[in-house]
Design a binder for this molecule. Structure first.
Ligand code: ARG
Length: 464
């Protein structure tokens, strides 16, 4: 039933209902709408609109609906109500008659939807945080399992310098940690209650907005009614959280797709996260990773979409803003799915450590070491760089690795090169030189991993 009988004599057209109704997607806020309504009923007692008894009946009825929603017993698709707010009100009116019709006193769907959606975002950001922590856990375990593995590090997708595989894992760990703090920041800003701001100008009932905020678990009430009902920054920030997080996942996915390729042959993915080809029996495709990469498109699109929707909207509420939900709901869902499948990918991943080691040895990844060796002999770095480059050319011409080049060839390039140069060039020597904070020596990485595992324990403890 429409919420505005008095002013209207004609019915809404079927097409208008299609463009206007949001129940088909905003039913996901049913729990939040019920929670907000219970808090509002208490506010109305404080304002002298409802008696304690009336409030108790409303709360009991709302709790019955809540239980049915939680038990999946409510068929929202069978309802012709416009949105979740009118759905809940119609339910109350059906059950309680005139008492149900009292609840909306002093409240507007504008402050109601802003409150519900903030609560919904808060709940889902907490869920995403848990998902990220699980992925971080899987990354650190993966690093632990492959503690000795060496891979080539790349710039411009060309082999640049060797690194420990654990160092690669910890790099994505840093991104995930930032993603977690981004969620915390987002929640800190959205943690204000719009309830009691009415349609746009505030409410004329003394409901005690501070108390309402407290009852709903917000840190404080929003301070300006016009802003409170028209602000959707919190949805944009949630979409940015999802977009940045997905961007990180897509980079990890891309690295792993490449490592898994026939060309690189660095790792195998488990059957659980790959698919075969309907035509080519030999194929095992990294579909899960490709979708982690591919789903970025729609998530970034949702962020862009809402930015464009919000641009230039006059104060205060406009129906355009109803477009904030479907994108956000989808973004949260896709990000959640990708974080979960990321865990499965990492758990089932097996690294071909011989192949990665061999690849790290090839491609003259130790040319910088030769330059550094010359620097240690007091050769200016620019000159050293030049000589090392010539040594690479000489080695390529002979089909040798740098460390296989005879001493005479090296000495022909610079007289200061002695036999001890060969101590500088092996893989482990190259790696162990990078022993300072943030580098990839075995010691440094082991220490970093230890600290990250400790940090993970603290994170988990803070969530439970
Ligand atoms: N379904 C609406 C939304 O999501 C609720 C607010 C409706 N407010 C209004 N003035 N029509 O935005």
């Amino acid at each position: 039933m429409a919420l505005w009988g008095g002013r209207f004599s004609g019915d809404a057209s079927a097409m208008f209902k299609q463009v206007n109704d949001s129940l088909p997607f905003d039913y996901v806020m049913a729990i939040e709408d019920i929670t907000g309504s219970i808090a509002w009923s208490k506010g109305l007692v404080r304002a002298g609109v409802l008696t304690e008894q009336e409030q108790a009946s409303l709360e009991q009825c709302l709790n019955t609906l809540k239980q049915d929603v939680e038990a999946n017993k409510v068929d929202f698709s069978a309802s012709t109500e416009e949105d979740i707010h009118s759905f809940v009100e119609a339910y109350l009116t059906d059950a309680l008659g005139d008492l149900g019709r009292k609840l909306h006193t002093g409240r507007s769907r504008n402050d109601q939807v802003a409150t519900d959606f903030r609560l919904w975002c808060k709940r889902h950001l907490a869920g995403l945080k848990l998902d990220i922590v699980n992925l971080l856990d899987a990354l650190l375990s993966c690093a632990n399992r492959h503690e000795q593995a060496i891979i080539p590090g790349y710039t411009h997708l060309q082999r640049a310098q060797p690194v420990y595989f654990a160092h690669w894992c910890l790099a994505y760990g840093e991104m995930l940690k930032r993603d977690i703090t981004r969620i915390d920041d987002c929640v800190r800003r959205l943690n204000q209650s719009p309830l009691g701001c009415g349609a746009l100008a505030g409410t004329s009932f003394d409901v005690d907005r501070e108390k309402l905020a407290e009852e709903l678990g917000f840190a404080s009430p929003c301070l300006n009614s016009l802003d409170a009902v028209s602000d959707r920054d919190f949805v944009l920030e949630l979409l940015f959280v999802c977009s940045t997080g997905m961007m990180h996942l897509s980079r990890m996915a891309e690295d792993l797709i490449f490592y898994n390729s026939g060309e690189a042959g660095f790792l195998q993915l488990s059957d659980a996260v790959t698919s075969g080809s309907s035509l080519m029996p030999q194929k095992k495709n990294p579909d899960a990773l490709e979708l982690m990469r591919g789903k970025c498109g729609r998530v970034f699109g949702h962020l862009q979409g809402l930015l464009v929707t919000m641009k230039g909207l006059p104060l205060a509420y406009n129906k355009d803003m109803q477009e904030d939900k479907e994108g956000a709901i989808d973004a949260v869902n896709q990000y959640h799915i990708c974080l979960c499948i990321g865990v499965e990918v990492l758990e089932g991943l097996s690294l071909n450590q011989e192949a990665t080691r061999k690849a790290a040895q090839q491609g003259y990844a130790n040319a910088t070491e030769l330059a550094d060796y010359l620097v240690a002999q007091n050769v200016p770095f620019r000159t050293a760089h030049d000589i090392a480059g010539q040594a690479v050319v000489a080695a390529i011409a002979k089909g040798l690795a740098l460390e296989e080049l005879p001493i005479e060839d090296l000495q022909a390039l610079h007289a200061s090169i002695q036999e001890d140069v060969y101590e500088w060039l092996p893989l482990e020597a190259v790696l162990d030189k990078r022993k300072y904070l943030g580098g990839t020596s075995h010691d440094t990485v082991t220490k970093a991993l230890y600290l990250e595992l400790e940090h993970l324990d603290q994170l988990k403890a803070s969530l439970s």
